[in-house]
Design a protein. Structure first.
Length: 83
């Protein structure tokens, strides 16, 4: 999975702003979502992303797995991530 071709992104403080250039729509991600995006954009598979987030944040495996899968699903639905 990787960012779609028409998506550009920029860090703004602890957050990340995504622009779907083709549709002209902006999306914002909080610090954890931004970190997930950064790892995916670097080519990390989702299981590795989850392991990294577990090491960086004080959350349970179940919580980080559910949240990561939910966010990835939303990003795919919006056409921001592609396989």
């Amino acid at each position: 999975m990787k960012p779609a071709a028409g998506v550009v992104f920029k860090s703004v403080g602890d957050e990340l702003v995504l622009l779907d250039y083709d549709r002209g729509i902006y999306y914002g991600l909080d610090a954890v979502g931004a970190r997930l995006w950064e790892l995916i954009a670097a080519g990390e598979p989702l299981p590795s992303v989850i392991e990294t987030l577990l090491g960086e944040y004080d959350v349970s495996r179940e919580e980080v797995t559910n949240d990561a899968q939910r966010l990835v699903g939303e990003l795919r639905e919006r056409g921001l991530l592609v396989d």
